[in-house]
Design a binder for this molecule. Structure first.
Ligand code: ACM
Ligand code: ZN
Length: 557
């Protein structure tokens, strides 16, 4: 038996008949904890069965996922049975609670495949790994009779509990089918959280029964800025733009994600980025009139008025409906980019500052965040906010999402708050992927090649005690300049793969090794019909084999 921490390069298994399709190599993304290649191969066919050794109802989700994958290739899914005994020519699936919640072992030998996971979710990850041991053509339903899977023992678990991807559906709207596709992409990379940015200045995208104008009025802007934000000559498109999700659709998407073991965290922005809400219900703002959904990008001076009790009533009502729709432990309440100019002039905001003994408008923002947090906590949930929520004082129980670099996250971890690292310097997938813009679609700016994304170290500048507060990482896709899902795919793929590896395999990161494994993943994206950016393929690292792989005896493969 040979022991390798990563992939190996050469084709390990020969085609022994035209109907047998062999896997070229073992190239798993994100990188497993260990990959021990063994002699032989398992022949997967329509006659292989799935044998459930545990009776957990949620295992059906993993089985359905894998059978859906195989159905087009074999013309049917594998037969599923339950037996306490290991079966041959079968994928034996067991839940072993001694393993961690996301920890699994996948063992393939000549006779059988055995999956053992700490939970149905871990079993799902094992099936995602098994998927990556199948030829990429399976993704488009290529007909095969027999698939040769290399004998291997893979042990695996993630480094971080939170591995997320955010999608902004406000600046541009994406359909239910497209949102599901985004969830599929997260799932392929063993990400476990979908952060859904649902409200902003340019559109309110979630139906709230108690406040129908939020979608009747707040989901449609009159027109949209053309070209770059700062290009005044480019003007506006003079075309109304809108869209929202009904509560029925939201429930459908929550279930779809949950079936793939992905939690959706909804984001309802406050007290800034609220112009769509203020346009729908002007009493929510300090000025109280003349609002219009924002038709360009950037930050608005128009924000919610925390001087009024009716603002809090609105927020609590909205969050109540949101919490009824989303079972997530966390609710994201935004908190970023809230200019304080209107609060300085508003008599009600100034009265609130005086009555509550607050020092200034920063503390007024904290007053709002703490009050909303208390409400969310009273419903058994917790809040996440962007790193601005640190500015006027913060409770110990709020989680900080660091976006203005890692500074806010570092400060929060030092204070003992939980942190999700999503620094724009590494995780903003709306930034350009190259400095050479000739062939790039118009973007917001920046230059964030995948090599840089991969360099993210969420623990940077923290001691061992402080590191405990870093719960994970997230890639963010803001969509000011991303009007189609095809463009969204281009921006997240392949950079989301780098984020997934930071979140799953921080302690065994190795860019040349990642680059090599990504060759397969890039072909898988193509087979799935996902558009991906190809820059990384051209930027081959100077060293592509680690010493272990270089020293592998070729004739033993
Ligand atoms: C942000 O990018 N404004 C969180
Ligand atoms: Zn006010």
């Amino acid at each position: 038996m040979k022991h390798f921490a990563g992939h190996f390069l050469l084709s390990a298994f020969l085609l022994f008949s035209s109907n047998v399709v062999a896997v070229e190599n073992i190239n798993i993304i994100p990188k497993p904890l260990s990959v021990a290649v063994q002699e032989g191969a398992f022949a997967l066919s329509a006659k292989t069965s799935i044998n459930l050794l545990s009776a957990d109802a949620k295992l059906k989700l993993s089985v359905d996922f894998f059978n859906d994958l195989l159905k087009k290739t074999f013309s049917k899914g594998l037969k599923v049975g339950e037996s306490k005994n290991l079966k041959s020519n079968a994928i034996n699936v067991n839940v072993n609670s001694l393993l961690g919640d996301e920890e699994y072992t996948l063992a393939v030998d000549n006779k059988q495949i055995t999956i053992e996971g700490g939970s149905p979710k871990a079993v799902f990850y094992a099936f995602q790994t098994l998927r990556q041991l199948l030829p990429v053509s399976i993704e488009k339903g290529a007909k095969m009779k027999l698939i040769s899977i290399p004998a291997v023992v893979i042990k695996d678990k993630p480094d971080f509990a939170y591995r997320g991807g955010m999608l902004d559906v406000c600046r541009h709207f994406f359909t239910v089918a497209e949102v599901k596709k985004y969830i599929d992409i997260l799932s392929l990379h063993k990400m476990n959280t979908f952060h859904w940015h649902l409200t902003d200045d340019q559109g309110w995208r979630i139906e709230i029964k108690k406040y129908p104008k939020l979608t009747e009025v707040g989901s449609i802007r009159n027109q949209t800025k053309v070209g770059n934000y700062s290009d005044e000559k480019a003007g506006y498109d003079n075309t109304p733009y809108g869209g929202f999700y009904t509560q029925k659709q939201i429930k459908e998407i929550v279930k779809y994600a949950s079936d793939k073991f992905i939690t959706i965290i909804p984001e309802i922005e406050m007290p800034g980025h609220g112009v769509a809400a203020l346009t729908s219900y002007p009493y929510l703002g300090c000025v109280g009139k003349n609002y219009k959904l924002r038709e360009t990008w950037g930050v608005s001076e128009e924000v919610y008025c925390p001087g009024k009790e009716t603002t809090f009533q609105f927020i609590e009502d909205v969050l109540t409906e949101v919490m009824n729709l989303f079972p997530s432990e966390y609710i994201h309440i935004g908190g970023d980019e809230c200019p304080k100019g209107e609060w300085e002039k508003c008599p009600l905001c100034q009265k609130r500052i005086k009555d509550e003994g607050l020092k200034n408008e920063l503390e007024l923002q904290s007053y709002l965040v703490l009050r909303v947090e208390k409400f969310v906590n009273s419903k058994g949930r917790k809040i996440i906010g962007w790193d601005e929520i640190l500015e006027g004082g913060l409770s110990k129980t709020a989680t900080v999402m660091s976006w203005r670099g890692s500074k806010g996250g570092i400060e929060a971890a030092k204070r003992g708050n939980h942190v999700i690292m999503a620094p724009n310097t590494y995780c903003y997938l709306d930034y350009y992927q190259t400095g050479d813009l000739k062939n790039e679609p118009l973007g917001i700016g920046g230059n964030l090649p995948i090599e840089k994304v991969y360099e993210l170290n969420p623990y940077q500048d923290l001691n061992a005690e402080e590191c405990k507060y870093i719960v994970g990482v997230q890639g963010n896709l803001w969509t000011e300049y991303i009007a189609t899902f095809d463009h969204a795919e281009y921006m997240i793929l392949p950079r989301l793969a780098a984020i997934s590896e930071v979140g799953w395999a921080l302690n065994r990161k190795d860019y040349p090794d990642f680059w090599q494994r990504m060759q397969s993943m890039m072909r898988r994206y193509d087979a799935l019909g996902y558009r991906s950016a190809k820059h990384m393929l051209k930027n081959k690292p100077k060293v592509v084999c680690t010493p272990a792989q270089n020293s592998m005896p070729i004739d033993n493969l």
